[in-house]
Design a protein around this ligand. Structure first.
Ligand code: URA
Length: 236
């Protein structure tokens, strides 16, 4: 890989910024100053920028507790995005695995691992996603039955069977919903189809990955080795 691309990929500036630094002699490869941006490097080379080692990171994995008010996108002309919250990211090619609505909180995996993302989102893999919701309206055993049957969302096919657990039933009901697919606004639309409105929604888990409840909205951390391994092997 070219030296300028290496530094750029590692978040050390734009291509033209890192080229300038290289030409100024601020970069060493294995102890020797290299002034050619096109110089070929290998992740095993010891590369320093202004005396500071820059190690190569290929894949990154962050668990974010998404707050309300940010969009699940890599960039947006007007709104803050979930990627703006990951302050110490190394890679420039991170993206959120799936989308949560702007007003939805909770678990969002941010990575640049396209294969893992594909396996978690593929409709054929049926990865469970569990949400906590506050719902306006009385949620009853009849709703539980209808969710289990597959709610008609007015699309070609009804929603796949989903598990609805009632934690508290009342004017506002507190529930857990587990889905095996991820259609647009799915939880909100399933409740709307049955005459209820979701007032608050938070994702708690995706496959084996559970939201670390010590993360406040807007906070994030790297996945542990074990979390990553379980996600990759599909173990819970
Ligand atoms: N279902 C919704 O309605 N919104 C989300 O953000 C996620 C699932």
């Amino acid at each position: 890989m070219r030296l300028d691309k290496f530094l750029c990929d590692m978040g050390e500036g734009t291509r033209s910024q890192v080229k300038q630094k290289i030409r100024k002699g601020a970069v060493t490869v294995d102890g020797l100053a290299v002034r050619q941006p096109e110089y070929q490097v290998h992740p095993k080379n010891c590369i320093c920028l202004e005396g500071r080692p820059v190690s190569y990171v290929k894949l990154e994995y962050y668990m974010l507790n998404k707050p309300a008010g940010v969009v699940s996108a890599t960039r947006d002309p007007k709104e803050p995005t979930v990627l703006d919250l990951i302050l110490d990211k190394r890679r420039k090619d991170l993206f959120p695995v799936g989308r949560l609505d702007k007003d939805t909180e909770g678990l969002l995996l941010i990575t640049n691992d396209g294969a893992l993302s594909h396996s978690l989102l593929s409709p054929r893999k049926h990865v469970d996603k569990t949400y906590y919701a506050k719902v306006e309206g009385l949620v009853t055993e009849e709703h539980v039955r209808l969710f289990a049957q597959g709610v008609d969302l007015g699309e070609e096919k009804p929603a796949l069977p989903a598990v609805l657990e009632i934690q508290e039933a009342g004017e506002t009901s507190l529930v857990l919903v587990t889905l095996r697919e991820g259609r647009y606004h799915q939880v909100k639309r399933m409740f709307q189809a049955l005459g209820c409105e979701v007032r608050y929604l938070k994702r708690l888990s995706m496959g084996s990955l559970r939201l670390d409840e010590s993360l406040k909205p807007g906070e994030y951390r790297k996945l542990t080795e074990e979390e990553l391994e379980n996600l990759k092997t599909g173990e819970s």
